[in-house]
Write a protein that binds this ligand. Structure first.
Ligand code: MLZ
Length: 265
């Protein structure tokens, strides 16, 4: 097995198909990312979604920004696409008659917020309005089918985009299963979620697509794994049981949807 992950080979190996582009709420050509580290913008607080806060661009990855809310800690960074409706230029909130809020977990006394806000915006480099892209329209209806392949954000490690398979479909929702991780990272999301991407997305944006986990075809390759010490180490280090035991199975309906580990070879 070659170390470099290649979708064409992988789709053949797994005898599966990529979910069609029109199923996703993503632009056909990923939006260009002109943002620079240090720029400030307004962002919806992911932990308190009715609040609009000031955020700073901490990093750039493909079509996404790594964001940190001003006045918050460095443990709650989040990632947003440049065409996300969760971000907007500074001034937008006020223009709409809203008020900028301190983030959940604001590290200072709440009474110091107005002063903090003035200071944080003073002399700040504000991201130009032209850098924000329009969010693509919602795809209707849900056209995903069980077994289709995609690239999806690992919500437990949101900087990672990984190969995934549709494990189940129910109404407007899909069950995203991560190949080779035995269900530990799987989740249900709406079919118009901004966290799922068509096959090939990462190669277009320059993001590093994570290779599938090592728990591929547990039964078939178990003998091989035992005989190879390096594999045992890698496997146990990444073992989903260690990092995330039972809760990942929540929401998974018994009987339906292939266990991702076993479906991929
Ligand atoms: N090294 C971490 C990341 C796993 C990422 C899985 N993505 C589907 C772990 O083993 O928990």
């Amino acid at each position: 097995k070659s170390e470099q992950f290649n979708w064409d080979d992988y789709l053949k190996e797994t005898e599966s198909v990529a979910a069609p582009l029109h199923c996703f709420r993503q632009s056909r050509i990923p939006p260009t990312n002109d943002f620079k580290v240090g720029m400030k913008l307004e962002a919806r607080d992911p932990r308190n979604v009715t609040s609009v806060c000031i955020a700073t661009v901490i990093g750039i990855t493909g079509a996404r920004l790594r964001l940190r809310l001003d006045g918050s800690d460095n443990k709650n960074d989040f990632w947003r696409l440049v065409d996300s409706s969760d971000i907007q230029p500074i001034g937008t909130c006020e223009k709409k008659g809203g008020m900028l809020q301190p983030p959940l977990g604001f590290q200072m006394n709440a009474s110091s917020w107005p002063t903090f806000l003035l200071r944080t915006l003073n002399g700040a480099e504000m991201a130009p309005a032209a850098f924000f892209r329009k969010e693509p329209p919602k795809p209707v209806p849900n056209c995903f089918k069980v077994g289709m392949k995609l690239e999806a954000i690992d919500r437990k490690n949101p900087y990672l985009i990984c190969p995934a398979t549709i494990g189940d479909v129910k109404g407007d929702e899909v069950f995203v299963t991560f190949d080779g991780w035995r269900g530990a990272f799987d989740y249900w999301c709406r079919c118009d979620s901004r966290d799922i991407f068509p096959v090939g997305w990462c190669s277009l944006t320059g993001d590093a697509l994570q290779p599938p986990g090592n728990d591929v075809s547990i039964t078939k390759s178990s003998a091989k794994i035992q005989s190879s010490p390096s594999k045992v180490t890698r496997r146990s280090m990444q073992s989903p049981q260690k990092s995330a035991p039972v809760p990942a199975q929540r929401g998974r309906k018994p009987g339906r949807g292939k266990p991702p580990g076993q479906s991929a070879v």
